[in-house]
Design a protein around this ligand. Sequence first.
Ligand code: N01
Length: 534
Amino acid sequence: MQNTNTLDAIVIGAGFAGMYQLISLRDKLGLRTRVLEAGSGVGGTWYWNRYPGARCDSESHSYMYYFSKELVQEWEWSERYPQQPEILRYLNHVADKFDLRRDISFDTRVNSANFDEANNQWVVQTEGGETLRAQFLITAVGCLSSANVPNTPGLDRFAGQWFHTGAWPHEGVDFKGKHVGVIGTGSTGIQAIPMIANEADHVTVFQRTANYSLPANNAPLTEDFKQYAKAHADEIYEIMTTNGNGHPFHIEKRKAVETPADEIEQIYEAAWQKGGLQFRATFEDLLVSNDANKTAAEFIQKKIRKLIKDPVKAEILADIDHPFAAKRPPIDSNYFDTFNRDNVSLVSLRDAPMQEIVPAGIKTTEKVYPLDIIVFATGFDAMTGSLLKLNIEGLGGRKLKDDWHAGPRTYLGLQISGYPNLFTITGPGSPSVLCNLPPAIEQHVEWITDCIEHMRAHQLQTVQTSDQACDQWQQEVDRAANATLLPQVKHSWYLGANVPGKPRVFMPYAGGLSHYRSICNDVAADGYRGMRFS
Ligand code: N01
């Protein structure tokens, strides 16, 4: 660990993004760099999200770094979709291989970050009372890292235990013999519910909005596939970086609205059997045409009704009010079948809203459900929550909280007007959560590293974007979103709708990763258009 508190760069967060940013700045550019990490180990999202069933929805051979050919060749995944412990092992392997821990301060939460204009430095204060200074500040805090525990009256009086999936105890939770309530049926709840039901005496699922889910068809990877993924690593990387979503498959160039119904059915059936998010890639118009989308929505709803034996439960689960994939579509292992178990019941909060938490359990407008444990699978204050918690102040003491009171405004999701030398990896306004994240992260880290290298080469002290560049980029973010069905879902976290009081702004860039990558490349080639150096 360096013993000086003045550095070239400070990176906040030691997940996928912060680790690669450290490698790039320290080992490529030779910058004195320190990573500040609130957790006791590397991993970010994968350090905190240890709930039962936590698993990645991207296929393992695409959920990894590709910047090091050696790393790609030496790491071996065991399953089609890696579980949280395996991903954490991978990230620890990366930390060992690149000797990262010596420049990471663990158990170090950032309290504030202020730009000191006289010295062109960021001044970062930690919870432990440390003050650090650096020319560059790079946030790598993740998009889904600020847990959203609903402000339900009575939680403080609950006599049992409660947990949020995004801050799961390292020692695990013992569900044996317990009555468990799970609130939330997003990707997390859908992964956790079958696992909890295997162990608990009884599980009551509290569903506010019914959700689509596709079978993951997870399985151990065959030796043939492992060899294929290594031998074709360049080709796989090429596909991931030239399509819109960063996944290792192309979106089919055909339209559902131009395909005969029986053919559509066969295509969906094959995708359903294959499993995974490729279902979304079966037709190119699924996210831009309501008619096309309806074909997928109806296919999945029919499957749900067939899978669930109890017609009342089937109706509650299949009564979905939004287009398919307009909210992030979960993939699952035995989710719907879990509702056929005798020890699993389902409560529709649409029909009987939750009123309060009482010492004995959850009280809806209909009755009290006695519970020993409540699991909040209620998601995150996504994209902006963790950034705003950093208490960032820029030029003239302006506060990011004030500047973003009506929603985030960025240039390319990478820079914010009024905050020189600050870069935000996978910030709002970038494709981030609409993609498989590792390739989106690699692209951001490499772009930021190139920009800093450019500054060092030309002895430039500061870089900052302008209000005009941010306004123009926001127009492009809005245009891209409005060209899809995504903004139609009024209760999506993409819009900030899951957090009471949060401004309703569509946050990620929906124009596609490959298109976005070429915009970023053009901006750099054009002398970092929209950014000013001094
Ligand atoms: O959170 P969510 P998540 N009362 O916000 C409900 C990524 N991820 O943690 O839809 C009652 O999607 C809420 O209901 P509604 C992935 O990008 C990735 O599941 O708002 N219910 C919803 O059902 C994903 O999209 C992976 O009406 C309340 C649920 O809680 C993102 O993380 C795995 C409520 C929240 O769903 C977030 O997923 C898991 C309240 N007050 C997650 N508040 C991998 O690939 C919220 N809900 C690894």
